[in-house]
Ligand binder design. Sequence first.
Ligand code: ATP
Length: 247
Amino acid sequence: MIEVKNLTKVYKKNKKNILNNISFKIKNGDICLFCGPNGAGKTTTIKAIFKELEFKEGEITYNNKKLLSSSLKDFAFFPDSNNIPLSLTVKDYIQYIGTIYDIKKTTLKEKTEFLIKFFNLEEHKNKKLGELSAGWKKRAIFAGVLVNEPKYVFMDEPTANLDIASQEYFVQVVKKLNEKGVTFFITTHQIEDFSKINNHLIVINEGNILYDQYINPNKQNSKDIYLEHIKNTETNNDLLEKIYTEK
Ligand SMILES: Nc1ncnc2c1ncn2[C@@H]1O[C@H](COP(=O)(O)OP(=O)(O)OP(=O)(O)O)[C@@H](O)[C@H]1O
């Protein structure tokens, strides 16, 4: 279990807290959706968990002990498609991730082959990541994420820019891996993609947690719950009248 306790983050140039005393738990086996509008603080929270930034107050624990850098080997982050070495081939990328984790050469070779097969990447394995379409690139990224058999996978917008069939494919892969015991923490604006399988929903806005509950996805719709808490209050209809003036 990962526990975020009373986390507060401030940047000198911002007057308001970016994260305002937030607390939540990610339990083993969760598929947790972490949702909120642009700028809510989702990426900042993930960066704090991965020790990529200092925070002013608060604590993060892993299995009830202070989270240490050495424990991060149990976690994997699914990066944005622009933050990967686009000049590497799919095969080399998976192996590159494996070498970061010090996986033995023979094991890594075997594992790379299995991952390529699992994600149906055979046809693309010798292509550079930069040559792949958004969907195949994300499959290659997912393969890289799994190379170290992480217990916790953190995903930032995994289904953005994917066609409907690929979105569905990704959701099914998450479900299958979750059944094998992998815990998922997913930030997404595509809530409906995952709303059939998530058992936990956290809604954050302006650095505050507005909702944090375990749910039954067959009975409760995460998108509906989200919209109960995040309302669109922007109405500039009067300006529209000025832009489209009557002729
Ligand atoms: N290095 C920084 N310096 C100052 N402010 C920052 C910095 N990084 C992020 N912020 C601010 O922190 C707030 C939260 O940003 P964050 O990236 O966590 O939002 P998010 O919920 O992930 O948004 P999105 O859905 O758009 O990705 C934003 O107001 C952002 O401008």
